[in-house]
Design a protein around this ligand. Structure first.
Ligand code: TYC
Length: 103
């Protein structure tokens, strides 16, 4: 005799097991003092960009005030932004990199 109390209905929705980590943008800010060439050098050294990509991102910040360098996890974004900002500070330039959560 079938047991009527046992439900064999499949679950309609299964929860994904892992949450996606929130992503953060590293933002390059323009200033009036840091030489363009130095900005590109930092982008190449810290963010492993090619000369061409580094130049493009640098010129975007130069023209529009800021540019997104990379999107990654919060931990990596904050470490890289600090590393790049510190490198400029050591060289005597006010170049700044910040982070913000992606929408
Ligand atoms: N605006 C700077 C100059 O004219 C160059 C520069 C570009 C500085 C991009 C910062 O994020 C920057 N020397």
């Amino acid at each position: 005799m079938p047991n009527k109390d046992v439900s064999l209905k499949p679950k309609l929705q299964s929860k994904p097991k892992l949450e996606q980590p929130k992503l953060y943008k590293v933002i390059l800010l323009n200033d009036d003092y840091t030489p363009r060439e130095f900005v590109t050098v930092v982008l190449k050294a810290v963010f492993r960009m090619s000369e061409e990509a580094g130049n493009r991102v640098m010129m975007t910040a130069h023209k529009f005030g800021s540019a997104v360098v990379v999107v990654c996890t919060r931990d990596i974004a904050e470490t890289k932004a600090k590393e790049a900002t510190d490198l400029a500070k050591e060289a005597g330039f006010p170049l700044m990199f910040t982070t913000e959560p992606e929408e």
